[in-house]
Design a protein around this ligand. Structure first.
Ligand SMILES: C[C@H](O)[C@H](O)[C@H]1CNC2=NC(N)=NC(=O)C2=N1
Length: 127
């Protein structure tokens, strides 16, 4: 895969595969531009997903669990009443020292798409 050319749409269509190579800094910078809202924090991909209430936070966490299982790639989550912070990195690259791989960007793009769906398709009426 020519990762330098990957678009957001490419990331949304891709599937995670095991044992991918680590991305270099230039690839990370290019791919970050394809996933608005995500930032680098301690070498990990990080994004906050603010929510209206605890119920929606947990619904989003469950949607992420479904995505994580489908892709066999799992974010670290910090869950509060009205926010879910997700962090992605890949343990197996860099000789087991960890780093960023395509899998992290694929899942970040898909997590953002879930949040977008939640924001535009929530039919529940709040009091
Ligand atoms: C065998 C399987 O692919 C690995 O254990 C997966 C599982 N989920 C994972 N999730 C994340 N975030 N990073 C990994 O390196 C990772 N490895």
């Amino acid at each position: 895969m020519r990762h330098a050319m990957l678009t957001t749409a490419d990331l949304l269509q891709a599937r995670c595969v095991h044992a991918t190579a680590a991305l270099d800094a230039a690839d990370v910078t290019r791919l970050l531009a394809q996933i608005p809202g995500w930032r680098l924090e301690d070498g990990q991909l990080c994004r906050d997903f603010p929510q209206a209430d605890y119920y929606r936070t947990m619904a989003f966490v469950n949607a992420l669990a479904w995505l994580s299982h489908n892709e066999d790639h799992h974010p670290e989550l910090t869950v509060t009443y009205n926010n879910c912070r997700a962090r992605y990195h890949t343990h197996s690259v860099n000789g087991g020292r960890g780093g960023l791989s395509h899998n992290d960007f694929i899942c970040a793009a898909k997590a953002s798409a879930l949040a977008q769906q939640a924001a535009t398709q929530d039919k529940a009426v709040r009091p």
